[in-house]
Design a protein around this ligand. Sequence first.
Ligand SMILES: Nc1ncnc2c1ncn2[C@@H]1O[C@H](COP(=O)(O)OP(=O)(O)OP(=O)(O)O)[C@@H](O)[C@H]1O
Length: 255
Amino acid sequence: MDVRLDGVTVDGILGGIDLHAPAGEVHGIVGPNGSGKSTTLRCVYRALAPSGGVVRLDGRDVAATKVRDTARHLAALTQDSHVEFDFTVTEVVAMGRLPHRATPERDAAVVAGALSRVDAAHLADRSFLSLSGGERQRVLIARALAQEPRVLVLDEPTNHLDISHQLAVLALVRGLGVTVLAVLHDLNLAAAYCDRLHVLDRGRVVRSGTPEDVLTPDVLREVFHVRAHVVRHPTSGVPQLLFEHPAVNPMEVGP
Ligand SMILES: Nc1ncnc2c1ncn2[C@@H]1O[C@H](COP(=O)(O)OP(=O)(O)OP(=O)(O)O)[C@@H](O)[C@H]1O
């Protein structure tokens, strides 16, 4: 499913976001803290109505679409994805099935499949609130997968995950063949797993393109205020960043 934002504004936060993710592509949104990444995603998954501009899914303005219809196509893992009550893991993932009208057997099979894909089948009967941060995150990803979306919106999907699960989740998401819009803080993971990146700075897209086009020393300096070298990954060839570490002042190091 094609996702397009045309001049999306949110007063005081977003100054006109233009972004196009064609069907089946993985797009990363990167940028400093407070640059408007989560707010952009909120406009896409409809937690927030933009004050101007349009969000379109396959050319249709989402504001003119019923929320339930959007939920049949679009799933989101958000910074607001809380579970307040003591549901089991299976119950939490089954919430992803709510927009669909399927048989209980099919729902159960989709839920079990989603849990397996995030390496969480063994947690099925556990209380969600008893899980570790990384286990919770994987279960919330399973809930989004159980929705069988054509667009997946992910706000920091690798949050809390160990390195092996970070790589597994991003490979899984890439392999789904659906359109993905993901906020990622780790620029090296963004470069490795995204077809295109959009760099936000102070509520505007300041650069869009392939990781190679976008992750340049100039952008890193001007937008992120860090110095970095761009190298090629020895096996995949994707650009990867090596950061200059500010020298530690020995006077500031404790005894
Ligand atoms: N409901 C709100 N009311 C007032 N300000 C808000 C609101 N939501 C977000 N903001 C502000 O808008 C700016 C952008 O926030 P947003 O969460 O989109 O940034 P972000 O790029 O996702 O940041 P981070 O990397 O820190 O998660 C921030 O300065 C934030 O404080």
